[in-house]
Design a protein around this ligand. Structure first.
Ligand code: GLU
Ligand code: ZN
Length: 270
């Protein structure tokens, strides 16, 4: 049985890009689950949980279990973090964003990933906390990949070798919330028995890290399918600012669900 999920953040209503992701997950799945990625708690608005479900219902997509909220699951992420602590593969980081930027500006060879500069490793070898501030926790990717050895993940039909260091020493627990996208998604995909993770191409680099985390935490390996992102007529990927392409707006303009599903099947959006 294939189990897929759609994992929106309740920071806005769904636009065409989300609808596309949801349709893909729904059509691949024998079971289709919804999970709210709400750990960005300062940007979450309570009305968007219901609003998103309303948008999905309007599209004709039904889900098979009560949707999960990541804010309800912080204790599970803490447990996983403790497990990684015991393995010695994470370390506390006290840097502010400003400090990281200034450190990077001073380096002649700042480490780079697909999305820009990577954390320069300032706190990796700290033996004493520099101050009483609450730290974030980062994955020591060198240590982690020494433990896991070489890995692959199933990307569509193709086994893809994991490039563990693609995103550097990523944050696994933010100071404010004690988890991060990477940690929460890996823990939840396993807890919901997701067998096929469908998501946008932009998250492909993250999948490399997720395979490492699954291996360290002894979690099962799902298959992956990364879909292209829907772009507007200028070639920009859709974002929250594209209010004109929000499903609620299109619906208010009198478009039917079938009109919208047809728009998703055609390559250019006006
Ligand atoms: N919340 C992410 C998004 O809306 C999805 C993350 C995932 O599917 O792993 O793009
Ligand atoms: Zn640091």
């Amino acid at each position: 049985m294939i189990i897929t999920r759609f994992a929106p953040s309740p920071t806005g209503r769904l636009h065409l890009g989300h609808a596309y992701a949801a349709v893909i997950a729904h059509q691949e799945g024998g079971r289709f689950l919804v999970r709210f990625e709400d750990i960005d708690h300062t940007r979450v608005r309570p009305e968007f949980y219901e609003g998103i479900l309303e948008d999905l219902t309007w599209l004709g997509l039904t889900w098979d279990e009560e949707p999960w909220r990541q804010l309800d699951r912080l204790a599970h992420y803490q447990k996983a973090l403790d497990q990684l602590k015991k393995l010695g593969v994470i370390y506390p980081c006290y840097c502010t964003r400003k400090e990281i930027e200034s450190e990077l500006a001073h380096l002649t060879h700042a480490p780079h990933g697909p999305e820009g500069p990577l954390y320069p490793g300032t706190c990796r070898e700290l033996t004493q906390p520099p101050d009483p501030r609450e730290p974030a926790w980062r994955l020591n990717i060198k240590k982690a990949s020494a433990l896991t050895g070489p890995l692959t993940f199933q990307n569509g039909q193709a086994p893809t070798p994991v490039q563990a260091d693609l995103l550097g020493d990523v944050i696994l627990a933010r100071k404010d919330i004690g988890t991060s996208y990477h940690l929460a998604v890996v823990v939840d995909d396993a807890a919901q028995n997701i067998t096929l993770v469908t998501r946008g191409q932009d998250l492909l680099p993250s999948t490399h890290i997720h395979r490492v985390l699954q291996t360290l935490l002894g979690l099962p390996e799902p298959r992956y399918l990364h879909h292209p992102l829907i772009c507007d007529d200028t070639g920009q990927r859709l974002a929250k600012r594209h209010d004109s392409l929000a499903l609620a707006t299109l619906r208010a303009q009198g478009l039917s669900k079938d009109d919208v599903l047809k728009m998703l099947a055609s390559p250019s959006l006006e």
